[in-house]
Ligand binder design. Structure first.
Ligand code: ADP
Ligand code: MG
Length: 340
């Protein structure tokens, strides 16, 4: 690939140190993606510059123009501390006519709403859990069609914000309590979804028009405390010691029947198209005991640190880490090329 000037845009907390040496895995959590992307692209001969962005657009534009960046590597997940503003940053880059990696703003918007994405997909008869949205300052009444147990989440936040064992509720009292918790502590509307007992599967996708679906990956919950729900709480995702203690691992879901695997991959493509995702994304499912893969959420611009699900699945599919990053850059350049 031609050598590029790549401007990596991320939150200042994600900006990596010069060297990763001497840090624990837990300490590196915030910046390891930036570190992996930066060091790998530099090793591949690209010129790479990092720009920390929190609530100012001007530096993005100034840096693109003065440094003559070829492409922005977009690792931003929020702006002004608001996660739903990620789409606005992508829109801004689009208006600047600078190629950028990852998903386009429409895809970011459609995927963000945990209710909106499910409405769109159920039109295409893709299995989704039944759900109800509880806006703020509204009385919590469970619709009759919605049985218990339910899982209560933020309608728009990610990173398992507000998700713990108490999120799974089996009475109306607990439902009301947990909805209030989301309203007050996370500060967004809440969504309560039919709780799907089962396996947790992740499927990576690379592509704009032609989609490459990566091998199906699984989060294995190991030996959680007896009686715990097997869900990806914030602790399961981000507490390294807890993961080690409980044997929480991710790896290929090797034992799926070939027809089921093919079905999941087909559904994944349809989901990507329906939600207008491009670049790279990861679709998450819960596979119920009777073999139905329920769509849980779509993650455009998912985590791409070297040892996380997406990159590991790409590696197993024959795409080594530098090649995967090159593919992501190429997709950004191609989209800009085909835009009006
Ligand atoms: N309907 C559901 N049934 C069973 N488990 C769920 C359901 N929705 C979410 N979960 C569990 O909670 C985790 C986080 O939910 P998710 O919607 O992916 O939120 P986030 O965007 O914070 O990752 C999932 O990875 C899964 O383990
Ligand atoms: Mg998730």
């Amino acid at each position: 690939m031609k050598k590029l000037r790549v401007l990596v845009v991320l939150h200042p907390d994600q900006a990596p140190p010069e060297s990763a040496e001497g840090y624990t895995e837990q300490e590196a959590l915030a910046w390891k993606t930036g570190y992996d992307v930066l060091s790998t692209l530099r090793a591949a001969g690209h010129e790479v510059k990092v720009l920390g962005v929190q609530d100012e657009l001007k530096p993005i534009r100034a840096e693109i123009e003065s440094w003559k960046a070829d492409i922005v590597f977009n690792l931003l997940e929020e702006f002004h501390g608001v996660t739903t503003y990620d789409q606005n940053v992508a829109s801004y880059l689009e208006l600047l006519r600078i190629p950028y990696t990852g998903c386009n703003p429409r895809g970011l918007m459609l995927a963000r709403g945990k209710d909106l994405s499910k409405k769109l997909l159920s039109y295409h008869r893709i299995p989704v859990p039944a759900f109800a949205v509880f806006p703020k300052q509204r009385k919590v009444r469970r619709p009759r069609r919605l049985g218990l147990p339910l899982i209560v989440k933020s309608q728009s936040e990610d990173a398992s914000l507000g998700i713990s064992q108490a999120s799974v509720v089996d009475t109306d009292e607990k439902l009301a309590e947990r909805v209030t918790f989301i309203h007050e502590r996370v500060g967004t509307a809440a969504i309560a979804e039919q709780y799907i007992e089962g396996r947790e599967l992740y499927v990576g996708v690379l592509g704009n028009d032609r989609l490459r679906v990566l091998p199906v990956w699984e989060l294995e919950f190991g030996n959680l405390a007896p009686g715990s729900n097997r869900i990806a709480t914030a602790r399961v995702k981000f507490d390294v010691k807890y993961q080690e203690r409980r044997g929480i691992l991710q790896g290929p879901a090797d034992d799926l029947a070939p027809e089921l695997r093919a079905r999941i991959k087909r559904i994944t493509k349809r989901i990507s198209r329906t939600l207008e995702l491009d670049g790279y994304s990861r679709i998450d499912f819960r596979l119920s005991a009777d073999g139905i893969p329920y769509f849980i959420e779509a993650n455009p611009n998912p985590e791409i640190a070297k040892l996380e699900v997406f990159a590991e699945a790409a590696q197993q599919d024959g795409l080594a880490y530098p090649d995967m990053l090159h593919r992501i850059l190429t997709l950004g350049l191609q989209r800009a090329h085909s835009a009006g």
